[in-house]
Every structure is written in C-alpha cells, then in structure tokens.
Design a protein around this ligand. Structure first.
Ligand SMILES: [Zn+2]
Length: 156
C-alpha cells in the first residue's frame, strides 16, 4: 500500500478556522468618543463620561460583543494519522502539531491545514461567514419553533 498525505512530519503549516470569540465593537451610545456633551436646562454645558462603555474607572468607547473571527496559526507537524477503511471514500487524514500537542492534544483534520498563510486566512474567513449564516438560520428557526430540538451530532 502506498499512502500519500498532504503534509509530512516536520512540515510547517498554517491552520485556519472560524472561532466564536469575544470581540469589541464601537460603543453605540458615545460612538467611541467615551463621553457625552451635556447641556443642562439652564444652558450650562459640560462633558460626562459615557456610562454605557464604562469599565471600572473610565469609559473605553467600546463594548463587548461575540462573533466569529478568523483564527490562523503557524504550526509544525509532529504526527501524521491516516485512516483507510471500508465505507470511507479516500482516506481520513489528521495531524497533531507541536504547538497544540502531539500524542495528547488537538487532532487537526486535513481540511483545516494549509501550505500558505493566504489559503488559511481565506478558509478561515469563509468559515466565519458560513458559521455566522448557520447560526443565523438556527436562531431564526428557534424563534419560529419556540422550542429546542434534537439533532444528530455532526463533526464539522
Ligand atoms: Zn460609550
């Protein structure tokens, strides 16, 4: 049997994925200015710190939000895993990398690993869009159904 894999042991690769992450967005009330200009009924003008984006002592001009962000990393292949079995078209390729654990750690499916940074970033961005769209559809469905439903677990 002659097994070919996309990557070899010791190869440097780029991983690309869309991750659900905490992000920041501009404060909707002060529009990032961190303060409001206030005019009292008597006509006195002063500035006050924006209460919406205040964190501890000061206003930051931004508020926390969640969303999918493209995440790419430079990794080194430390283990190549190939599975070939009946009922499987082609072969299942997985890799373990020094930066994310070899032996125990994360198994990267071949679809998440790339030769170049550009390919990884392009994939990561597309995955963010795909996941955001999927989430949107699921939330819309939840709103309509008003109930939870069971779905078969799917990897990826
Ligand atoms: Zn603000």
């Amino acid at each position: 049997m002659n097994i070919k894999t996309k990557f070899n042991l010791g190869d440097t690769v780029w991983s690309g994925e869309g991750c659900w992450q905490k992000k920041y967005k501009q404060c909707p009330d002060c529009l990032g200015k961190k303060q409001f200009d206030v005019t009292t009924p008597a006509g006195e003008k002063f500035a006050t710190a924006c209460p919406t984006c205040s964190e501890g002592w000061h206003s930051t001009g931004r508020v926390q939000d969640y969303g999918f962000s493209p995440l790419i990393n430079l990794l080194t292949i430390g283990q190549v895993r190939v599975e070939i079995r009946e009922g499987l078209v082609g072969q299942a390729e997985e890799y373990m990398c020094h930066q994310t654990g070899v032996g125990s750690g994360r198994c990267w499916k071949v679809m998440y690993l790339f030769h170049t940074r550009e390919e990884a970033l392009e994939f990561a961005q597309a995955e963010c869009e795909r996941k955001a769209m999927q989430k949107e559809i699921e939330e819309e469905k939840k709103r309509k159904d008003g109930k939870k439903e069971l779905r078969p677990y799917k990897n990826d």
